[in-house]
Design a protein around this ligand. Sequence first.
Ligand SMILES: Cc1cc2nc3c(=O)[nH]c(=O)nc-3n(C[C@H](O)[C@H](O)[C@H](O)COP(=O)(O)OP(=O)(O)OC[C@H]3O[C@@H](n4cnc5c(N)ncnc54)[C@H](O)[C@@H]3O)c2cc1C
Length: 312
Amino acid sequence: MFLLRKPILALSGSARARSLLTGLPVTRAVVDRFVAGGTVADAVATAGKLRADGLQVTLDHLGENTSDTDHADATVAAYLALIDALANAGLAQGAEMSVKLSAVGQALTSTDGSAYALAGARKIADAAYGAGARLTLDVEDHTTIDSTLGILRTLREDHPDVGVAIQAMLLRTPKDLATLTGPGSRVRLVKGAYDEPGKVAFVEPHQVDRAYVRAMKVLMTGDGYPMVGSHDPRMIAIAEKLATEAGRGPDAYEHQFLYGIRPDEQRRLRAEGKTVRVYVPYGSDWYGYFTRRLAERPANLLFFLRALLSRG
Ligand SMILES: Cc1cc2nc3c(=O)[nH]c(=O)nc-3n(C[C@H](O)[C@H](O)[C@H](O)COP(=O)(O)OP(=O)(O)OC[C@H]3O[C@@H](n4cnc5c(N)ncnc54)[C@H](O)[C@@H]3O)c2cc1C
């Protein structure tokens, strides 16, 4: 099934596949497993339920690779509306916004995309920190990393604990991590969800896993705040061991899960007193996010195919 990862990820960039898949009624039912809903109200309601269970949240307004400034501006406005709504519901304190820089202009070619994305991300950061929330930058394919880390550095001049996701699969990651382990530096370590060529990334799952463990060691023994973004039971167990060895209590690192994935494990860790944060995506532009989830795990794909066949 691992062999299907590449072709499924290729679908995420195909306009034809997008129009076919998003048009199927059954797709919606499967998407609902991974996406909290279409509106700000849905996102706030989901955040409220998770918080009632003792889980922290990081919210993602779905969308990526925005190709015009109006769309990028609308994404920034959507985050500002979300932060307002969370504040009104008493849920902003301690919440986190997860932002894909390509959704706020990084991929624009009509203007300086990095500068545009920085301006948008700064507005989101100012609003988030003003409301007692935080910002973490998602990380996208390898061509965007230099720009993303540059924007991170600039944002941290005003808001030092802006976080960033780092992909263990990329060969450059050890070098990047060396600059990201200072006091308070929040880093979400993930395996990496994009289809990367062998010249820049580990492609075999066991190589990615080993790289993930090496990166966890660097983060856990560093001075920053590690955020372990993995559903993998082995990675979670190793994170626990490394945190104990490094003398980190439950407030000095956290586990992160994607919404809808291993909810029992999220609650188990929470019941043990660990800090657990759930990544909550919402909005209508779910196609890219959804295809990455299908590519990640055979069972997700089988679930989708079964639903498709049972509806004829
Ligand atoms: C909070 C969070 C934020 C993320 N942000 C980014 C980002 O900014 N950029 C990026 O490139 N990627 C991001 N990712 C995705 C990440 O890169 C991986 O693609 C994704 O998490 C799958 O890798 P994994 O570590 O969960 O383990 P995998 O290698 O996918 O799975 C390993 C094992 O975990 C268990 N498992 C996995 N999924 C399930 C499931 N649905 N049900 C039961 N068991 C399961 C199974 O035992 C499986 O064998 C993020 C992931 C998380 C959790």
